[in-house]
Each structure stands twice: as structure tokens, then as C-alpha cells.
Design a protein around this ligand. Sequence first.
Ligand SMILES: [Zn+2]
Length: 219
Amino acid sequence: MHYLLALLLALAPTPTPSTCTYDTWTWSVVARRAVAHQHVSKPYAQVTLRERAPDWTVTGCTLCREDQEKVAVTGMPPVLVCRYFAPRIEEALQAAANAGARIETLVGYRVGRSGGPVVRGKRTQFGWHAFGEALDINPNANGLYHHCQRNTPAPRTEAELGTCRRRLGGFWRPGSQPASSLTPDGAIVAAFRRVLGWHWGGERIDTMKDLMHVSPDGY
Ligand SMILES: [Zn+2]
């Protein structure tokens, strides 16, 4: 009887949360730090369009902490990601680890206006992390690079980074640190492509290569 009850509870759809809470900030490109910190707490029914992910109609992902769920790989502290993606993110991470990848550090859900056009020195839009739809994996071995040449393919070697310069995180050294590095053919990027259809930040074709990052479109 208890087993049946547990089964029914597991099959029931997740009820809509009653509240929406999150802490946010805005990135100042002038000060090069987060400013305008704000704590939001309100009835869930008041969640606005801007607080919903671009793919909300399918995923239900929002800025709300209540829509995030913990995922963990063996031996790692759990991270929060959007509930819709959580089981498959866990599957991808575990598949990558089983294939020999070393998962050392993870950053998932992180609310802040860190993207989009700059208005009066500040960023204006929420990126995928804010909705729990992105992961930064091993940032110490997979930096964020800028000043890259436009329209260049995902790099396979350090030499293919060309004019890119490291801006955040550690140097990317796939030759000497293959298990910790994200690469186009490596276990981590392959697992996220296969399980979720997600893209690597190294596939960006603007002037940035975000080598620690995976998300629905790589941005
Ligand atoms: Zn990221």
C-alpha cells in the first residue's frame, strides 16, 4: 500500500509553487562587478514575462528558486538547475564521468542581468544561467576567452584559439589536462549534445569562446 502511494506521488505532476523568490543583480561593464543587488519574493501568480525563460512554454523554467532542483554527480556538492532539465543534466554529467571526464566544479542556476545590450553602463538581459538552463563546468581549466576572431569553429587545440585572450577562469589546456577540459569531441560536450541537444560555449561564433559553458544554444 505504501509502495502504491509512493508511486502515485511520483507520477503526479509537480504542483505550481505558491511563491517566487530569487536574488538578482546587474552586471556593470564600467565597474566590472555586480551592482543593484535585489531580493525578490512574491506570489507565483505574479511572475512576469521577463522572469520566464525564452522557452518557458515548453520547459516552465523561470528565475524563481522554486523552479530549480538539485543535481549531483558522485562525490560532488549538488548544484541547482531548472527542474525540467534536471534528470537529463544529471544523466549527462554521469555519462561524462563514466567516460573518463573529471568533473571538479559546477555552477548552474545563477540569477543576474549579465547579457544583452549595455544601457548606461549596465547589462540588461538575463542569460541561460538565470533560468537554470546552463552549466559552467570546471572553470579553473576552461576559461572564458574574448577578443576571438568571429566565425571561427569550436577550437580543438590551444593554437586554434588564435587571437582569443583569457578573461575569466583558468587557462584552457586540453593537451595537458584532457580529463578536465571541455573539447568538441570530449566526453562532456558529447554527453550534453547526445542527452540534451545542448551546445558548448566554444561553438560561439562571436568574439567570445566560453569554454566552461554548456546551454541550449551555447550562449
Ligand atoms: Zn556559463
